[in-house]
Design a protein around this ligand. Structure first.
Ligand SMILES: Cc1cc2nc3c(=O)[nH]c(=O)nc-3n(C[C@H](O)[C@H](O)[C@H](O)COP(=O)(O)OP(=O)(O)OC[C@H]3O[C@@H](n4cnc5c(N)ncnc54)[C@H](O)[C@@H]3O)c2cc1C
Length: 201
């Protein structure tokens, strides 16, 4: 096993920050329950007990205005909560939720901003944080097609597919160390700082 970096884990790993003196997980990773491959892998390496299941309520916090709100994804596939004024995202009207259908019929080349439009009241309080969280990209550059794929496989399939998993302690304890142990049992030792450049068959 070749690993180009000095450690395994790639973008999803933990490290000790020498200034803060604490273990930090790289990126604020959450895994959605629709990701059955991830759950199968945790099962294979025996780390499923190191996960916390946080349900399918998404909490938002607006740092600027110190406002909080949440979106509860119920068992229904259709987001019925949009018809209840009290369950809707602050400052949004029923008509703003048409943006869900706009996203579903997006053109392959369009960005999230082009599809939803900045003037939509859901943009700032829902689509923008969601796009950043899922695609790690600003709406004006993020592919609407990629976001659509995620929304279709998760939120639009209901709470069963939109549940949130996070590690109880850190990704090192959930993924990296159990996987290294699993590989060690199979006598596979990673070769660090070794960039694979060619495969000859
Ligand atoms: C800030 C941030 C937050 C994120 N949040 C989430 C989230 O909440 N939920 C979620 O599901 N995803 C999230 N992601 C995305 C997630 O981290 C990645 O999709 C995932 O880690 C990809 O895993 P990977 O193993 O395919 O690739 P990587 O993690 O990129 O790992 C690739 C590995 O291969 C090595 N490598 C590359 N080329 C070679 C070579 N030629 N030879 C040898 N080794 C090589 C690299 O050194 C690296 O270790 C986030 C990402 C970031 C950066």
């Amino acid at each position: 096993m070749y690993e180009g970096a000095g450690q395994v884990g790639g973008r999803c790993r933990s490290f000790i920050d020498s200034k803060l003196g604490i273990e930090i997980d790289n990126g604020n990773h959450i895994i959605l329950s629709a990701n059955s491959n991830f759950l199968k892998m945790c099962n294979l390496i025996g780390s499923e007990n190191t996960l916390n299941f946080l349900g399918s309520t998404y909490n938002f916090f607006d740092c600027k205005n110190k406002k909080t709100w949440n979106v509860k994804i119920g068992e229904n596939k259709f987001p019925l909560w949009i018809f209840n004024k009290n369950s809707r995202i602050p400052e949004t009207r029923l008509i703003d939720y048409i943006s869900i259908f706009k996203l579903l019929s997006c053109n392959k080349k369009m960005t999230v901003q082009e599809v939803i439009g900045e003037k939509n009241n859901l943009y700032k309080n829902f689509w923008e944080p969601l796009t950043l969280g899922i695609l790690n990209t600003q709406c004006k550059e993020a592919s609407a097609q990629l976001l659509k794929n995620v929304v279709k496989k998760t939120f639009l399939k209901g709470g069963k597919y939109s549940g949130i998993f996070q590690p109880k302690k850190s990704w090192d304890k959930t993924l990296i160390n159990p996987m290294l142990n699993f590989l060690r049992e199979k006598k596979i030792i990673p070769k660090y700082n070794s960039l694979l450049q060619k495969i000859t068959i």
